[in-house]
Design a protein around this ligand. Sequence first.
Ligand code: ZN
Length: 156
Amino acid sequence: MSDYDRYDWDTSDPRQHCRHGKFIGSWWGPDILCGQCESGEEDPSINDMIQVYYDMIDRKRIENQAIVDFVGDLGKVMPKDLDKSFLGQAFIDHMNGSDSAIKAYKEKIQETIDYFGQFTDDYDDHNVLYLAHRAQIEEYDQFVNDMKEMESVQFD
Ligand SMILES: [Zn+2]
């Protein structure tokens, strides 16, 4: 098919998005600029992307330890006959929230590896966003061709 068949401002067309996923509004050149494209900085590798989530997990663990220490210290100075159940509940609520956040970050790490790992075996490869974007374009072209074939079969 010819590129001229494509309409501008088609948000389903990956050619109208940059490799960072930002809609740029045109397949031959950007109408809307992406900050990351403009900055000219090297794209993140798989390891760079998952490191963000590992850092978040570390931060949660540090925060959890601080709360464990705080509650422990508080227990020592509070009057013995004071009802501390509210403290215990707040502590449990925090830990449950923290556990589910850590679980979600771990899932994000796995999703990132599963998705981007399709395009490179090298987790330090800074071209992985480009490779993923090119694969999206190929998939889209295949979809458009399939649709055209279906249409031509219908009208034959
Ligand atoms: Zn971009």
